[in-house]
Design a protein around this ligand. Structure first.
Ligand SMILES: Cc1ncc(COP(=O)(O)O)c(C=O)c1O
Length: 500
C-alpha cells in the first residue's frame, strides 16, 4: 500500500525513534563480523569527527564552487594526497566523486571521448578487461554506448592474462582496464604488462585501484610484497581510488586521477547553452553536498600516514590468520591475496557454508565463479583492521560450520537447480543478440505479470529477503546471466515498490 506524508510534522524524538526502528535488523558495519561491504578501522573517535565535519557542510552545494570555495580547498587536498600516493607528478589532475562507480564513469567517458576525437569518427568503442573487472565498467558502457569484452584470466594466479587482453583488442578498442586489486579474489593484475600493451597500441589504460589505492602503498611500506601499479608505470592513463573503502571515510567518496590535466577535460561537462547559470560539472552529478568531501577530509587527517600504516599492519596480521585458518579447514587460497582473500573447495557447497556462517552472525560472500573460464565458486572475504580482533573466533566457527556442511545431504532444490541450469543453458547459449533480448523482455513482461508473485513466493522473497540467501545465489549462478539479471531487477523493483 502506498503511504502518504503525514499531515502534521513530527517531533525530533519521534523522528529519531522511528529511524532507529528502521535500522532494526540491519547488519552492524562496526562489528567486525562483516567480511564484505564494510570497511571498519575499529576506531570509534574517527566516526564522531567525520560526523561533525559532515554536519558543518551538509547544506553547502559543490555545484556552485564560486560561492562555496571550501569545496575547492578540500577537494584539492584530497586529490593531491591521492595523486601523491599514486606517485603522480605535477601534471596529474583529478576529481572527487561520490563512489568508485562514478570515478569509473568519468574515466570511461574521458577514454571514450579521447578515442573518438582521435579517430575523428563515431564507432562503438570497446573496453577490454579481464573477467574479474568490476561491473561498473559494464554499467558505464551501458550508459555511454560502449561495448565491454571480458576476457579469460590466468587460471593459476587469478590475475589478468595479458595475452588474452592482447588477443581481444581490435581497432575499436578505446580502453583496457586492470585492477589493483580486483574485487572477487583480491589479486593485483600485472599492470606493467598491460601498460606495455597500452603503450604499444596507443590505448588508454585505466587502473582500478578503487579498493587498493588508499591501502596498498601503506602495506608496501610495512613490508608486504606489492607490485607497482600506479603512475610510476608508464602507460597508465588514469586511476580510480576510493577513500570510502580503505581510507575508512563515510560512504560516498572516491577520486579519479588523470595522468595529464588535459585528459580531465574529456571527463568534465560544461554547458553554456541555456538561459540559466553556466554549468561546469567536474563529476557526474550537478548539485552535491559538500558533507562527504568534508567527512573525507576529516577522516584522512584524523589518521594521517602514521595511522594508515598502523591500520595496514592490522590488516596483514588478520589476513595471515585468516589464510592459515582457511587452509587448516581444508580450503585453497585463490591467488596472492591483498586486502581481499578468496577461498575455494572442490567438495563443499560454499553457498550453504555462507548460510551456516550467517546463522552465527558472520557475513562471508559466496561467489559463483565462471564455469566456462575454469573459475570455481569461492568465498570472498574483505579484510579490514577490525578483523584483527575477530579473525580468530570467525575461523573457529568456520571450522565447525565446514564440518556441518560436509554432512548436509544435497537438497531437492539443489537437484532442481542442476536440471534447471542445464536446460536453460541449452535454451540460451552464449551471449544474446539485441533481437533475442528484446523478445525476452517482451515475453518477460507478460510472464512476470502472470507468474511474478509465484516466483517471489517460491524464492521466499514475497516479504523481503529470507535469512538463508544461499539457494537464491545458487539459482542466480545456475541460470544464464541475461535471465538472472532480469530476475534480480524484477525482484528488486518489487521489493522497493512494496517495502519491507
Ligand atoms: C575493484 C572495484 N572497482 C570499483 C568498485 C565500485 O565502487 P563503488 O561501489 O564505490 O561504486 C568496486 C566496488 O566494490 C570495486 O571493488
Amino acid at each position: 500500500m502506498r503511504s502518504v506524508l503525514p499531515r502534521r510534522g513530527m517531533g525530533r524524538e519521534e523522528i529519531l525513534s522511528r529511524l532507529r526502528g528502521f535500522a532494526e535488523g540491519d547488519a552492524d558495519p562496526y562489528s567486525g563480523r562483516l567480511f564484505t561491504i564494510a570497511f571498519e578501522p575499529g576506531v570509534e573517535e574517527v566516526r564522531e569527527t567525520a560526523f561533525e565535519a559532515y554536519k558543518m557542510f551538509a547544506f553547502k552545494n559543490m555545484l556552485d564552487f564560486t560561492e562555496f570555495q571550501s569545496a575547492i580547498r578540500m577537494e584539492k587536498d584530497i586529490v593531491d594526497y591521492a595523486a601523491s600516493l599514486m606517485h603522480g607528478d605535477e601534471q596529474v589532475s583529478g576529481t572527487f566523486t561520490f563512489g568508485g562507480t562514478e570515478s569509473i564513469f568519468l574515466a570511461v567517458k574521458a577514454a571514450r571521448d579521447h578515442f573518438i576525437l582521435k579517430r575523428g569518427m563515431l564507432t562503438i568503442p570497446e573496453i577490454v578487461m579481464p573477467v574479474t573487472g568490476h561491473p561498473a565498467y559494464d554499467k558505464a558502457a551501458e550508459y555511454m554506448a560502449l561495448r565491454v569484452k571480458r576476457v579469460r584470466i590466468d587460471g593459476a594466479n587469478f590475475t589478468a592474462d595479458p595475452n588474452a587482453i592482447n588477443e581481444a583488442i581490435t581497432e575499436n578498442t578505446a580502453m583496457i582496464v586492470g585492477s589493483a586489486p580486483n574485487w572477487p579474489f583480491g589479486t593485483i593484475d600485472p599492470i606493467k604488462d598491460l601498460a606495455e600493451i597500452a603503450s604499444d597500441k596507443g590505448l588508454w589504460l585505466h587502473v582500478d585501484a578503487c579498493v587498493g589505492g588508499f591501502v596498498l602503498p601503506f602495506m608496501r611500506e610495512v613490508g608486504d610484497k606489492i607490485p607497482e601499479f600506479d603512475f610510476r608505470v608508464e602507460g597508465v592513463s588514469s586511476i580510480s581510488l576510493d577513500p570510502h573503502k580503505y581510507a575508512y571515510t563515510p560512504i560516498g567518496a572516491s577520486v579519479v586521477l588523470f595522468r595529464k590535466k588535459f585528459y580531465k577535460m574529456f571527463s568534465q561537462f560544461s554547458n553554456i547553452r541555456w538561459p540559466g547559470y553556466p554549468i561546469v560539472n567536474p563529476a557526474v552529478l550537478s548539485s552535491r553536498s559538500e558533507a562527504l568531501l568534508a567527512a573525507s577530509w576529516a577522516t584522512l587527517h584524523y589518521f594521517g600516514q602514521e595511522g594508515y600504516l598502523e591500520l595496514a599492519k592490522k590488516i596483514i596480521s588478520a589476513r595471515e590468520r585468516i589464510v592459515s585458518g582457511f587452509k587448516e579447514a581444508g580450503y585453497s587460497l585463490m591467488g596472492e591475496p591483498t586486502v581481499i582473500a578468496a577461498f575455494t573447495s572442490p567438495e563443499l557447497n560454499l553457498f550453504k557454508l555462507s548460510d551456516e556462517m550467517a546463522k552465527r552472525g558472520w557475513l562471508l560472500y559466496p561467489q559463483k565463479g565462471i564455469d566456462g573460464m575454469n573459475i570455481p565458486p569461492s568465498l570472498h572475504l574483505t579484510i579490514t583492521p577490525i578483523h584483527e580482533k575477530t579473525a580468530d573466533p570467525m575461523i573457529s566457527d568456520l571450522k565447525e560450520c565446514t564440518e556441518i556442511v560436509k554432512k548436509l545431504p544435497p537438497t531437492e532444490t539443489e537437484n532442481l537447480l542442476t536440471i534447471f541450469s542445464t536446460v536453460l543453458g541449452m535454451l540460451t547459449p552464449g551471449e544474446m543478440d539485441i533481437a533475442t533480448l528484446a523478445k525476452l523482455y517482451t515475453e518477460a513482461e507478460k510472464f512476470l505479470e502472470a507468474h511474478g508473485e509465484e516466483i517471489l513466493k517460491a524464492l521466499g522473497l514475497e516479504k523481503g529477503f529470507p535469512k538463508e540467501m544461499g539457494p537464491i545465489f545458487q539459482l542466480l549462478a545456475a541460470v544464464p546471466p541475461e535471465i538472472a539479471e532480469l530476475l534480480t531487477n524484477y525482484v528488486v523493483i518489487e521489493i522497493f515498490h512494496r517495502g519491507i
